[in-house]
Design a protein around this ligand. Structure first.
Ligand code: NDP
Length: 387
C-alpha cells in the first residue's frame, strides 16, 4: 500500500538519502511535501521529480524564486516559518524531520502535536526541547523513530525490551577527522579540515560537531530523552571504524550491538520500513576486509564537548537549550572564519556559565531561551575572535 511522506529539510544530506530510497521504491511512497530553507531551485527540481503536492522554503524571500521554478506545474509553493509548521501539520503517514538546528523545532513540534509518525534526524530539536517534546509526543500519541545512526542502533538493540533490564547504553563515536590531533594543532584547525569526515558524508554543521565531539554530546542528551535509563547508565566509547553504531548491555551482561555500513540510508531505511525491513542499495558488511575494530575512551581535554554536554543535562533547566543555541552560533562563526576551532567549545562553556534559566515548560519558553542564549553566545564570540 502506498504511504504518504513529508520531508522537512529535503535538500540536505539526510533529505537526499531519504529521497534516494524513495526513488528506488516509487510504488511504496507518495511524496506530499518537501521543504528547504533557501535552496529554492533544488527544492523545485525535487518537488517536480517526486510529484509533491507542496514545496516550502523557510526563508520567505526565496518564495518568488520557488514560485517561478514551479510555474505551470501542479506543485503549490509556500514560504516562511509558519508555512513550515503548516506543512508539518498536513496529515501524512510519515514525516522525516531533517532540518538542521533549532530551526526544525517548530515543525517537529507541529508534527508531534498532530500525533504523527516522525523519523527524527533533527537532534537539535530534542536537545533544546527534550521534556517538552517527549511529553507532547506521549500526550498526542506521536511515534518518534530515532534516525540518528546511534539512536537507531539502540532502538534496534532494545527491540521492545523493558528499559529496566538495561544496565548500560553505549554510544559509539568515530572521533571525527581530527581525532589524533594535538591541542596545538587543533587550535589551528580550519573549517575545511574539520568538515572532512573520514567515514560519513554529512551537512557542514554536523560535520563540525563531529570534529569537536559536540555531536556526541548532543547525542548523549538525545539518548537521555529517547531511552531514559538514567545518566549513569549512558556512556560513550570512541570507535574510529564506525562499524558498530551503538550498544545495549542488559543486566545479565549480554551486550547487543548494531553493525552496518557508515551510510545514513541504513538507519533511514529502518525508520521508513518500521516495523518491517526494506532493501537498500548498500554492499553487505565485509568484516574480514575491515579486519579490526578498536575502542578508546574519549579524551575530554582535547575534546571537552562531551563533558560540557553531560554537565548541561545534569544541570537541567535551560542548560541543554542554551548549549545547543550557543553551539549553533559558535559553529556558524567557525565556518565563517570568525573564531578558531577550540573557541567553539569555549563559547559554549562561557554562554552556559553566563546564563541560566528555569526549565522551559512550553515551545515558546524553549524558543525564548534559544534566542537569549544566541544573543549571549554572539557577545562571547567577540572575546574569542581570531585576530
Ligand atoms: P544539511 O545542512 O545537509 O541540510 C539541512 C536541511 O535543512 C536543508 O534542507 C536546509 O535547506 C534545511 N534548513 C537549514 N536551515 C533551515 C532553516 N532555518 N529553516 C528551514 N530549513 C532549514 O543537514 P543534514 O542533512 O546533515 O542534517 C540534518 C539534521 O539531521 C541535523 O539535525 C543533523 O544533526 C541530523 N543528522 C544528520 C546526519 C547526516 O549524516 N547528515 C546524521 C544524523 C543526524 P537549504 O538547502 O535551503 O539550506
Amino acid at each position: 500500500m502506498t504511504r504518504s511522506i513529508t520531508i522537512l529539510g529535503a535538500t540536505g544530506s539526510i533529505g537526499a538519502s531519504t529521497l534516494d530510497l524513495i526513488r528506488r521504491n516509487p510504488a511504496e511512497w507518495r511524496v506530499d511535501t518537501l521543504t528547504a530553507n533557501r535552496s529554492a531551485k533544488d527544492l523545485a527540481k525535487l518537488a517536480l521529480e517526486f510529484g509533491a503536492k507542496l514545496a516550502v522554503v523557510g526563508d520567505e524571500s526565496c518564495l518568488p524564486e520557488l514560485k517561478q521554478a514551479l510555474s505551470g506545474s501542479a506543485v503549490d509553493a509556500a514560504g516562511g516559518k509558519q508555512a513550515l509548521c503548516d506543512a508539518a501539520s498536513r496529515p501524512v503517514d510519515m514525516t522525516v524531520a531533517a532540518i538542521v538546528g533549532c530551526a526544525g523545532l517548530g515543525p517537529v513540534m507541529t508534527a508531534v502535536e498532530r500525533g504523527g509518525t516522525i523519523a527524527l534526524a533533527n537532534k537539535e530539536a530534542l536537545v533544546s526541547a527534550g521534556e517538552v517534546l517527549i511529553s507532547a509526543a506521549t500526550r498526542n500519541g506521536a511515534t518518534l523513530l530515532p534516525t540518528d545512526s546511534e539512536h537507531n542502533a539502540i532502538f534496534q538493540c532494545l527491540a521492545g525490551n523493558d528499559l529496566a533490564e538495561v544496565s548500560r547504553i553505549t554510544l559509539t563515536a568515530s572521533g571525527g577527522p581530527l581525532r589524533t590531533w594535538s591541542l596545538d594543532k587543533l587550535r589551528a584547525a580550519t573549517p575545511e579540515q574539520a568538515v572532512a569526515h573520514p567515514n560519513w558524508s554529512m551537512g557542514a554543521k554536523i560535520s563540525v560537531d563531529s570534529a569537536t565531539m559536540m555531536n556526541k554530546g548532543l547525542e548523549f542528551i538525545e539518548a537521555h530523552h529517547l531511552f531514559p535509563v538514567g545518566l549513569d547508565r549512558l556512556g560513550i566509547v570512541v570507535h574510529p571504524q564506525s562499524v558498530i553504531h551503538s550498544m545495549v548491555e542488559y543486566r545479565d551482561r549480554s551486550t547487543l550491538a548494531q553493525l552496518g555500513p557508515s551510510d545514513m540510508r541504513v538507519p533511514i531505511a529502518s525508520c521508513l520500513a518500521w516495523p518491517k525491513r526494506m532493501e537498500t542499495p548498500l554492499e553487505p558488511l565485509d568484516l574480514a576486509s575491515i579486519g579490526e575494530l578498536s575502542f578508546f575512551n574519549p579524551d575530554e581535554e582535547r575534546f571537552p564537548a562531551t563533558r560540557i554536554a553531560r554537565e548541561a543535562i545534569e544541570a537541567g533547566g535551560a542548560a541543554p537549550a542554551t548549549l545547543n543555541a550557543a553551539n549553533e552560533i559558535a559553529v556558524g562563526a567557525f565556518l565563517d572564519g570568525q573564531i578558531g576551532f577550540m573557541a567553539i567549545t569555549a563559547v559554549v562553556e562561557e554562554t552556559l556559565s553566563a546564563y541560566s534559566a528555569p526549565a522551559p515548560a512550553s515551545l515558546d519558553e524553549v524558543l525564548a531561551v534559544d534566542e537569549e542564549a544566541r544573543n549571549r553566545a554572539s557577545q562571547s564570540l567577540e572575546s574569542n575572535a581570531l585576530v
